[in-house]
Design a binder for this molecule. Structure first.
Ligand code: ADX
Length: 194
């Protein structure tokens, strides 16, 4: 089975979820079997009792890696989007997944300044006022990946461009066929609404 796990790591507001959704849509349109595991969603269904201490985040990441590994074993591509701020936990996720299939680490490197400007959930605002403990990027660390397979800054390209650049990286790694890079109905929709 030619599945793999695409692991998106980055600051809150860096664009992981949006990028994951766009990629998932492209892969589905190209006929791939694919599933997504998003930190926010996992934290509702699988990690509801966990907070944001290092220990809890590590547990969360271990769970996501295990589930991703199981799904990939069944033959689907898995796209994970989770802050996953600790390098050691990401390395452990890689180990877990690589027992079954390739693990591709994507660092969504959107600068902190841009994430603060976007602040989609208003959490940076609260953290900067000192009202949110353990918030990644402000009151909790984000350990920058030193050897990501793909790095993507969503500040300097559109949603589709970012997704296509990641897809292009996956084609280069031999994990996807080139037809994924052809424009899709989603691209046409974007052009028409622009
Ligand atoms: S991780 O660190 O364990 O990988 P995960 O990606 O699952 O984090 O969850 C992050 C989401 O939780 C963010 O999108 C944000 O909405 C929410 N959140 C709430 N509190 C925090 C916090 N202190 N730090 C980071 N994210 C938080």
């Amino acid at each position: 089975v030619n599945s793999f796990v695409l692991w998106l790591t980055g600051l809150p507001g860096s664009g992981k979820t949006t990028l994951a959704a766009n990629l998932e849509r492209r892969l589905v349109e190209a006929g791939y079997l694919v599933d997504g595991l998003d930190g926010d969603v996992v934290r509702i269904h699988l990690s509801a009792e966990l907070g944001f201490s290092k220990r809890d985040r590590d547990t969360n990441i271990d769970r996501i890696a295990w589930v991703a590994s199981r799904i990939s074993r069944a033959g689907a591509i898995v796209i994970v989007s989770a802050i996953s701020p600790y390098a050691e936990a990401r390395a452990r996720a890689r180990e877990t997944v690589e027992e079954n299939c390739p693990f591709v680490e994507v660092y969504v490197s959107t600068p902190l300044k841009v994430c603060i400007e976007r602040d989609p959930k208003g959490l940076y605002r609260r953290a900067l006022k000192g009202r949110l403990r353990d918030f990644t990027g402000i009151s909790a660390p984000y350990e920058i990946p030193t050897a990501a397979d793909i790095t993507i800054d969503t500040a300097d390209s559109s949603e589709s461009e970012s997704a296509l650049r990641v897809a292009d990286g996956l084609v280069s790694l031999g994990l996807l066929s080139e037809e994924v890079l052809l424009s899709t109905t989603s691209d046409l929709a974007e052009v028409l609404t622009a």
